[in-house]
Design a protein around this ligand. Structure first.
Ligand code: NAD
Length: 504
């Protein structure tokens, strides 16, 4: 049953390129610059969460399919066409890709909205951000550097050491990404690893693979040699076949903490280096001296944008007691103003959640939140309409150990907690198994900097909700992950170090 295409035509006009792409009966794997169909017995239907219609079908990669993709990526690394290409040529190819993405921004954004539910304006920003990231790392391809170092090794009289550290691409990288920002997150990994001279096998989420498959065709058009980027589709089993393969030289994963731990264990069987970007339960702290209107708007934006399906979403807010009621009322009012609708509707502020399964999971957390005694002060229900919609939801509690304060819900669900003083707020903010992002709202710069020092998180934003930038490293402490991506650190994670000494 392929009703979405007709639905789209009836309701919203989409570009010819997106329309042609969505007309495909089944989507193939992209291996060695070729579209490959295998006889995998399992397929998955891709569903538009705004109207529950099926918009595509993918194959689930078998162990054999995964092996073929790995062979292609490994060969492309070992034949050195890519790693020995001059850095300026690699830079040029990354710019070619960015140019093509710019030309294809609209169809890619439309496909992303259709498979994920996010607002079309957000999907466009996501693709634009990915283009900027490819351009940012294009510039790094020509700036990779090692170091000369002094050694104390004694040599025969008349002889000296000339020692240096050389940086080399790590090899074939297994890239596994989630559904919330399929193009951004894939790019945060692909752009630096390609700049470094590595090759990749990418597996997008089985929930949102279509925009990534659309992107895959652009690598060939941009002039990337065969096998440098390979894209397979599939579920957790396909992902496990990829991450447990000893031919893989590095694993980079973004997703849930639960799956991150499983992949970490698989990686250690082969001692494969691994970067993990995992879950979060990021705190926002609002002091009574803040610009309270800006704080309420920022906190609401920080949790409700993209339906709260953002790893760095500020999902718990600590508000100083004196201003608790007013700030909470303003946050609630921001949520109530949001118009829930299909991402293609220009008047929409909030699209659906990504899937029925995810809506059920978020709704179950809301029920558990109420059972556990937190007060539901706004939202909590799904409107009576087609699609996976959920109202912006706010809880209030004084119990920092409450499940709704401690567990990652990954939906438009905020919990507010009052605090007396800075120490109180920081203690509760850090009392979490996660440590991904955080925000602080105050006009007092000393207080802001004291919070920057004290917060156990990979990001601290002051007077702003979290926002990514290609030059700002992102990553988590504690159960939020291992390593950083983006920025210079995000490049060097795909380079290995070789120490060399020449006696002369
Ligand atoms: P998920 O962990 O369920 O799946 C992520 C990916 O892993 C998917 O491609 C899936 O097919 C694959 N996978 C599942 N089981 C696997 C296995 N055993 N071996 C290998 N691969 C496997 O996550 P999700 O539901 O897609 O995404 C939501 C989660 O991602 C949230 O917890 C969120 O916090 C996290 N996230 C983190 C960041 C960050 O930067 N820290 C960014 C975005 C999302």
């Amino acid at each position: 049953m392929r009703i979405s295409y007709i639905y789209k035509m009836e309701n919203f006009k989409i570009s010819n390129a997106a329309e042609a792409f969505l007309k495909k009966e089944q989507h193939d794997f992209f291996i060695n610059n070729k579209w490959v169909r295998t006889d995998s017995p399992k397929t998955i239907d891709i569903v538009n969460p705004a109207n529950d219609s099926i918009v595509g079908k993918i194959s689930v990669a078998t162990a054999e399919d995964v092996k073929n993709a790995i062979t292609s990526g490994k060969r492309a690394f070992q034949n050195k066409v890519w790693r020995d290409m001059s850095p300026i040529k690699r830079e040029q190819l990354l710019h070619n890709l960015a140019d093509l993405m710019q030309d294809h921004l609209i169809p890619m954004a439309e496909i992303l909205t259709i498979e994920n539910g996010k607002l079309l304006s957000h999907a466009k920003s996501e693709i634009q951000g990915a283009i900027n990231t490819f351009r940012y790392y294009a510039g790094w391809a020509t700036k990779i550097e090692g170091q000369t170092i002094d050694l104390s090794l004694r040599q025969k009289p008349g002889f000296k050491n000339f020692a240096f550290i050389k940086k080399e691409p790590i090899g074939l990288v297994a890239v596994i990404v989630p559904w919330n920002f399929p193009i951004s997150i894939a790019t945060w990994k692909l752009a630096p690893l390609l700049a470094a001279g590595c090759t990749a096998v990418l597996k997008p989420s089985e929930v949102t693979p279509l925009s990534t498959l659309y992107l895959a065709q652009l690598f060939e058009l941009a002039g990337f040699p065969p096998g440098v980027v390979n894209v397979i589709t599939g579920d957790g089993e396909s992902g496990a076949a990829l991450t447990s393969n000893p031919q893989v030289d590095k694993i980079t994963f973004t997703g849930s903490t639960q799956v991150g731990k499983i992949i970490g264990q698989a990686a250690m069987q082969n001692l494969t280096p691994i970067s993990l970007e995992l879950g979060g339960k990021s705190p926002a702290i609002v002091f009574d001296d803040a610009d309270l209107t800006a704080a309420a708007k920022g906190v609401a934006l920080g949790i409700f944008r993209n339906g709260g399906q953002v790893c760095v979403a500020g999902s718990r807010v600590y508000i100083q007691k004196k201003v608790y009621d007013n700030v909470l009322a303003d946050i609630i009012s921001e949520g109530k103003k949001m118009n829930m609708s299909d991402g293609f509707d220009e008047k929409a502020d909030l699209g659906p959640l990504v899937s029925k399964k995810h809506l059920e999971s978020v709704s179950a957390y809301i029920a558990k939140g109420q059972e556990g005694g937190a007060q539901l002060v706004s939202g909590g229900s799904s409107p009576n309409r087609q699609g996976c919609f959920l109202e912006p939801t706010v809880f209030s509690t004084t119990d920092n150990n409450h499940l709704i304060v401690q567990e990652e819900v990954f939906g438009p669900v905020l919990v507010a907690i009052p605090f007396d003083n800075k120490e109180d707020a920081l203690r509760m903010a850090n009392d979490s198994r996660y440590g991904l992002a955080s925000s602080v709202w105050t006009k007092d710069i000393s207080k802001a900097l004291q919070c920057v020092d004290a917060l156990d998180a990979g990001w601290v934003f002051v007077n702003s909700p979290s926002r990514s930038d290609p030059n700002l490293p992102l990553g988590g402490n504690k159960n939020s992950g291992i390593g950083r991506e983006l920025g210079k650190e995000g490049l060097y994670t795909y380079l290995k170090t070789k120490g060399v000494n020449i006696v002369y």
